[in-house]
Ligand binder design. Structure first.
Ligand SMILES: NC(=O)c1ccc[n+]([C@@H]2O[C@H](COP(=O)([O-])OP(=O)(O)OC[C@H]3O[C@@H](n4cnc5c(N)ncnc54)[C@H](OP(=O)(O)O)[C@@H]3O)[C@@H](O)[C@H]2O)c1
Length: 333
């Protein structure tokens, strides 16, 4: 492929002199991308919460601007310095520093070190892959951890917070598929959406935290996927059943956690952290295969909104205002 002079479109976030951040679609030059990484023609990317932070100038996520966000993408290898990937291979690029301090997936082309790539499972379509995206992959990690720690449908209800968001909605759908009774906590008018994904009970998030002033609450949850942190996670842990596991992957509400040790020493509750970015490639590859196979979701199409690169700026604003339901997929070709 002729790289010299070839341009491609990308969403670029940059800082203005007054310290504000703007996002624009720009034509970038392919020749400026590093030669020692795998060059990928992006077919789809997706919008994750971290992208919204990166795209709006959050230096905890992205230190240097101008920057192309996008922590995940799926596409086809154009050229590769490594024998592990050959032109024409279908690959998923996600995690590590992609879209954070390395140019990301909100572009028609990206490069990435081969260590950040996994093969796209044969049975998975490009759009399906990014309907899961990093949020869905993280939801799958949370569910895998609950199962590893002994969660079973007959043991009781599983609670999901931030349930209408990317991670939450996919977690609801996987758990329902596996036969769990799922209680979804949401701040939106998302009952119909969540029941459609398989939730059996919907709780309003402000009502959910009303009883939070006690050290322990009635044992209700046989497991939980928390995506929001703060007082919501506190309430989840205090109301978790003896021997259950709570996975913690996000802080959409708050990074704080104010608790006593009682849920842990009197009820043997386990609080388990989940990280997708540095998840080792062999684990990543196996989980993607499971998502393409036995955990494949019929509801993915209902769960995802497909947009173009030109529509992304607006969606980023909506995500920061917690107005997005489900997943947002960005179609590049
Ligand atoms: N550990 C990892 O590797 C990893 C990977 C992916 C994501 N994450 C993190 O997981 C979290 C969720 O990500 P996402 O992609 O699902 O984001 P998202 O699509 O924006 O969903 C977040 C959801 O959280 C709820 N929420 C938002 N603001 C809130 C607030 N102030 N108080 C209470 N609830 C609030 C909303 O759901 P409701 O309206 O339904 O309540 C919102 O839809 C983020 O913190 C993200 O950074 C971590």
């Amino acid at each position: 492929m002729e790289k010299e002079g070839t341009t491609y479109r990308a969403l670029v976030a940059r800082e203005l002199e007054n310290g504000d951040f703007v996002r624009e679609i720009k034509a970038l030059t392919l020749a400026d991308l590093p030669d020692d990484e795998v060059l990928i023609k992006v077919h789809y990317s997706s919008l994750n919460y971290k992208d919204a932070l990166s795209a709006s100038g959050n230096r905890g996520v992205t230190r240097r601007y101008p920057h192309v966000p996008g922590i995940d993408a799926v596409g086809v290898v154009v050229s590769s310095p490594s024998a592990s990937f050959r032109p024409g291979d279908r690959v998923i690029a996600s995690g590590f520093d992609l879209g954070m301090n390395h140019g990301g997936g909100f572009a028609e082309y990206l490069t990435a070190p081969k260590e950040w790539l996994v093969p796209l499972p044969e049975e998975m379509r490009f759009e399906e892959c990014m309907s899961w995206g990093t949020a869905g992959f993280t939801a799958a990690q949370c569910v895998a951890k609950l199962l590893e720690n002994g969660a079973l449908p007959q043991k009781g209800k599983i609670l999901v917070t931030g349930a209408s968001g990317g991670v939450g909605s996919v977690a609801v759908a996987i758990l329902a598929k596996l036969g769990f009774e799922v209680t979804a906590v949401t701040g939106k008018d998302a009952g119909k959406f969540l029941l459609g994904l398989g939730a059996s009970e919907i709780l309003n998030r402000e009502e959910f935290v009303q009883e939070n002033n006690k050290l322990l609450l009635k044992e209700k949850w046989a497991g939980a996927v928390d995506t929001v942190g703060g007082k919501y996670l506190e309430t989840v842990i205090k109301g978790s059943c003896y021997g259950s596991t709570v996975t913690c992957c996000g802080n959409a509400a708050s990074a704080d956690l104010q608790l006593t040790v009682y849920p842990f020493i009197l009820r043997a509750v386990s609080l388990t952290g989940i990280d997708s970015a540095k998840c080792p490639v062999p684990v990543r590859t196996e989980l993607w295969k499971k998502m393409a196979g036995e955990w494949a979701l019929d509801q993915l199409a209902d769960l995802a909104t497909v947009i173009t690169l030109d529509e992304l700026d607006k969606k980023i604003g909506e995500m920061l205002a917690a107005k997005v339901k489900g997943r947002v997929v960005v179609k590049m070709v």
